[in-house]
Design a protein around this ligand. Structure first.
Ligand SMILES: [Zn+2]
Length: 93
């Protein structure tokens, strides 16, 4: 069983320090990807919030935008660790 974390990291900088991960699901096209927190911090700064309403401002689904679908119907999920895993989808700003 995974340990339970309180997830008090409310900014990307804190989240990066804590080494926790974030998964984003696009509810429109059902894609899922891990967010690259370090890359996100470089783009929007460590003080940017990592709550849904913060992230939705800077992240969208490229696939859906390209297809003219709703590109911000996203769901973010916190994880205790960030596995080294990529599937080629880039939901970054
Ligand atoms: Zn999508």
């Amino acid at each position: 069983m995974a340990k339970e974390y309180p997830f008090v990291e409310n900014t990307l900088g804190k989240k990066l320090q804590a080494g926790t991960g974030l998964t984003v699901d696009c509810l429109t096209c059902r894609r899922r990807a891990r967010l690259d927190i370090a890359e996100l911090v470089k783009r929007v700064g460590p003080d940017h919030g990592c709550m849904h309403y913060d992230l939705i401002k800077v992240i969208f689904c490229h696939e859906c935008r390209a297809a003219g679908r709703d590109d911000r119907d996203l769901q973010f999920t916190n994880h205790a660790v960030t596995p080294d895993q990529r599937n080629g989808w880039k939901p970054c700003p």
